[in-house]
Structures are given as structure tokens and as C-alpha cells.
Ligand binder design. Structure first.
Ligand code: MF3
Ligand code: CO
Length: 250
């Protein structure tokens, strides 16, 4: 069942989402070569708590940290560690916060220092694919209209979408129905209704779409070792017009 949210509930998701956006702003300011991902995690946890939120990921299914930091061929759910960032790395920064029992969830991918044009393009296309998906997140469309638009855009640019992880409904739980795949035929699934809150999160690989999970039980990497990028916004479907992007930076 898809749980529709009241405007008061959407406001709480927005407050959680704004904490996520502030964390992203801070992380992007502070990130540099030589830093460890556990230093990024510490910044994230402090930022969330200073703004009155609770880290959403820490303790979720025993996940140990507040941040997911996924470097290069890591797709999602990289666990912060003593690993040191190098010039030319790319890193997905996935942050979740809880405010008064409601979740916000968002991710960005950034490069550390200089990267090749093809790597910059991977990041750019993934970011644009999220925007393309958001444009389809309007009342009357069906859920898979979002999915299909993302897949078509990504593949048009010569990249592939991950199938094994998907976006999701969000609210009093981090993961609610419906699942929001980044692939599929248009015109399928539930019709989008005002009050739906969705986390839309394309994961895009430079090589094939296959992924596997490392022995740590969390870190998903591309099967072929190719680079991967990830962007995510939490949105609400509005009575008319485009969705409200609850994790956008204002
Ligand atoms: N944005 C990710 C997701 O929706 C973050 C979850 S990390 C976890 O799955 F540790 F909390 F699982
Ligand atoms: Co998510």
C-alpha cells in the first residue's frame, strides 16, 4: 500500500530533506584529497544532529554510519572508513535524516580534483537523468513513466542503469512502497497522486549494469569494475505542476 502524506507530514519530510541538503552543501565545501571517508561521516553526523535531526542510516539494518560514501566503482552503500580520497576519485555521498519521525533521503556524486571528460559526463548524465525523472513525477502519470524516462536518457548517452537497487516511497519509514526502478516500460504501475513522497535515485554505470555486494554485506560495486554515479532526491507529488523537491538546496 502506498501511504499518502498530509501537508503537515510533507512539511516534516521537507525539514528532514533540508538537513540532508545542508549536509551535502557542507560535504561539498569540505571534501578534498587526503581526507578519509570517516572524516566525511563525522561531518555528516554532526551536521544532522546540530540541525535537530537524527541520522537515518546509522543502525538501519545494522548499517554502522550516518553517511554512505561510494568511491569510483562502488555504486551505493559504501561504508565510511580510513580510506583516503585521491585526486581523480569520484564519490557518491548519500545522506538520510529523521525529523519528528519522518525521513528525508538524498545523494549526490562529486569528483575530487580533476577527472577525465568521460567521467565528468557520467556524473552529469546521472544528475540530468534524475531531473528528467522528476519532470515525469506529475499527477496523472504512472510510476513507470519516471523509470522509463530515466532509462531512456541514460542509455541514449551510452551508459547503463543499475537494476538491482531502486528508489522508494518514503515517510515514517526510509523505505516504503512503491519501489521506483530506474528502468522499464512507460505507462505501468500506480498513477501518481498528490501526497505521494518518493525517493528517486538513478544509479548509472559506465560499463554494464551488473552489480555485486562485497563481503562487508553493504558495499555494492559494478561487476565489471567500471565507474558508477548516483543522485537522489526526495520529492512530493503536488496537486498540479512539478514535484516539490524536498532535498533541494535553497
Ligand atoms: N539512499 C539509500 C537507500 O535508499 C540509503 C540507504 S543506506 C542504509 O537505500 F544504510 F540506510 F541502508
Ligand atoms: Co534512498
Amino acid at each position: 500500500m502506498i501511504i499518502l502524506k498530509t501537508s503537515e507530514e510533507i512539511e516534516l519530510i521537507f525539514r528532514a530533506g533540508q538537513i540532508v541538503a545542508e549536509c551535502h552543501k557542507l560535504l561539498i565545501q569540505e571534501i578534498k584529497p587526503g581526507m578519509t571517508t570517516q572524516a566525511l561521516d563525522a561531518l555528516t553526523e554532526t551536521c544532522i544532529r546540530d540541525l535537530g535531526g537524527i541520522p537515518a542510516f546509522k543502525g538501519y539494518r545494522n548499517y554502522p554510519k550516518s553517511l554512505c560514501a561510494s568511491i569510483n566503482e562502488e555504486v551505493v552503500h559504501g561504508i565510511p572508513s580510513g580510506r583516503v580520497l585521491k585526486d581523480g576519485d569520484i564519490i557518491g555521498l548519500d545522506v538520510g535524516a529523521i525529523v519528528e519521525g519522518f525521513y528525508g533521503d538524498g545523494a549526490v556524486t562529486v569528483s575530487i580534483g580533476e577527472v577525465k571528460p568521460s567521467v565528468h559526463k557520467l556524473i552529469q548524465v546521472t544528475k540530468e537523468a534524475l531531473q528528467i525523472g522528476l519532470e515525469r513525477a506529475v499527477v496523472g502519470n504512472r510510476l513507470s513513466d519516471i523509470s522509463s524516462a530515466i532509462q531512456v536518457y541514460v542509455e541514449k548517452h551510452g551508459f547503463t542503469v543499475v537494476r538491482d537497487f531502486v528508489g522508494h516511497g518514503i515517510g515514517r519509514q526510509l523505505h516504503e512502497e512503491p519501489q521506483v526502478p530506474n528502468y522499464g516500460k512507460p505507462g505501468q504501475g500506480p498513477r501518481l497522486k498528490p501526497g505521494m513522497a518518493l525517493a528517486i535515485e538513478p544509479m548509472v554505470n559506465m560499463g554494464g549494469p551488473g552489480v555485486r555486494v562485497l563481503d562487508d554485506g553493504w558495499t555494492a560495486v559494478t561487476s565489471d569494475g567500471s565507474l558508477s554515479a548516483h543522485f537522489e532526491h526526495t520529492i512530493s507529488i503536488e496537486p498540479e505542476g512539478p514535484p516539490r523537491v524536498l532535498t533541494a538546496c535553497f
